[in-house]
Design a protein. Structure first.
Lengths: 110, 113
């Protein structure tokens, strides 16, 4: 059974720092992995999708990597800004289902 | 392009009452999902439709939850009767047939008191 874990559950850093969020999964047989952002009281916004054959994807200040063999993905945020404050969730597509982590709540202090 | 629309945004009900949520997916998206997200947890799939057929409802508490997508477009999710533990955000998502990328609505926050 696929399980997805995100550590830490919460992270607070000063504005301007580069940071890394972690996502691990137990079964390497995945179709893809997706990172989402969730603002309080709002839905989920897809940030990056990495197919199982890819190693990384980039969008602006965000870079996501995927290492299937070790069951890990990282989301790198460069030059963090207060507007980046949100909860970040990763989800793996496995057996046509999306399996979710519980998220990392990120606070960027001005 | 319009996104996934959900209503209402917020709902407060007493336990044992009934409630219904509505979702209109992105035009042309054959696949529709309903998720339940309890505070501090990731979303849990309740039901997945492909057009108007159910693909997966294995985690839907069928004694109190029901969902339909009669015309293969919009969908309703109903809870009857509600319990305190049903307090959560209910998210609707849709995707193109065969695509693995889902697009989410803003969700309905349900509070059962």
């Amino acid at each position: 059974k696929q399980e997805v874990t995100q550590i830490p559950a919460a992270l607070s850093v000063p504005e301007g720092e580069n940071l890394v969020l972690n996502c691990s999964f137990t079964d390497s047989a995945i179709y893809n992995l997706q990172w989402f952002r969730q603002d309080p009281g709002k839905g989920l916004t897809s940030l990056l999708l990495i197919q199982s054959s890819q190693r990384e994807q980039t969008s602006g200040r965000l870079n996501a990597s995927l290492d299937k063999s070790s069951g890990r993905s990282t989301l790198y945020i460069a030059a963090s800004q207060p507007g980046d404050s949100a909860t970040y969730l990763c989800a793996v597509r496995s057996n046509y289902q999306l399996i979710w982590g519980a998220g990392t709540k990120l606070i960027i202090k001005p | 392009e319009a996104g996934v629309a959900q209503s209402p945004r917020y709902k407060i009900i007493e336990k044992r009452q009934s409630v219904a949520f509505w979702c209109n997916p992105i035009s042309g998206h054959a696949t529709l999902y309903w998720y339940q997200q309890i505070l501090g947890q990731g979303p849990k799939l309740l039901i997945q439709f492909q057009n108007n057929g159910v693909v997966d409802d294995s985690q839907l508490p069928k004694d109190r939850f029901s969902a339909e997508r009669l015309k293969g477009v919009d969908s309703t999710l109903k809870i009857q009767p509600a319990k305190l533990e049903d307090s959560a955000v209910y998210l609707c998502a849709s995707s193109l047939e065969g695509s693995t990328e889902a697009f989410f609505g803003q969700g309905t926050r349900l509070t059962v008191v």
